[in-house]
Design a protein around this ligand. Sequence first.
Ligand SMILES: CC(C)(COP(=O)(O)OP(=O)(O)OC[C@H]1O[C@@H](n2cnc3c(N)ncnc32)[C@H](O)[C@@H]1OP(=O)(O)O)[C@@H](O)C(=O)NCCC(=O)NCCS
Length: 191
Amino acid sequence: MHQVQRRRGSPSTARGQPSLFGSARGIRIRPATVRDLETLRAHRRGMFVDMGVAPSRSLDGHDRRFIPWARARLRKGELFGLIAESRDGVPVASGCVWLREDQPRPWTERERSPYIMSIYTLPEWRRRGVANRIVRGLLRACRRQGYPMVRLNASRMGLSVYEGLGFERTTEMRRWLDPSRKRAYFSKRRG
Ligand SMILES: CC(C)(COP(=O)(O)OP(=O)(O)OC[C@H]1O[C@@H](n2cnc3c(N)ncnc32)[C@H](O)[C@@H]1OP(=O)(O)O)[C@@H](O)C(=O)NCCC(=O)NCCS
């Protein structure tokens, strides 16, 4: 397994440079509630668009399925999220943790395993450390709940954020059973 070196310190000074784009100061991070479902949906859609993984027709269907899926899990406490708001109350970024049902594992007695998902920052708010703050907040919440590990599936854009926070690359694999799906969804993948 490839161990990624941790990069500590505030995100704005991670490379020892002053910010070119302004800082995340003034951004308030708060827990997401069911009232934020529309924001979570829009941010998740933006994430898929930026990753270039799907035509808009299939995103419409995804959006319709996502809202009830997320509402049910938020209510049951199987999903939680953080919203980053600008001074004027605009939700500029968000991210969630889904407490997925899991198989028994030797390193934990928990039957759920936290999975970070839907990490997204509006384009005009990027490179100010907002996603870094969201992910750190989600990690703190998982740690507080006693989970020993979190997982995620990184986009190319997200990789450096996660690596900077100590995530390791693993040997997880996949095999498409219908390769035409892969071609349709991932041929233009950017993220
Ligand atoms: C990936 C994504 C969430 C990152 O959001 P972000 O808020 O820009 O993330 P951060 O600002 O915390 O970090 C991004 C970069 O900005 C840098 N940065 C942080 N604060 C900075 C500042 N004040 N000035 C300049 N750069 C800064 C970070 O060091 C990092 O640099 P690197 O990529 O060279 O390592 C965002 O690009 C996005 O929404 N992409 C599309 C969806 C997506 O791919 N989501 C992830 C799914 S797994």
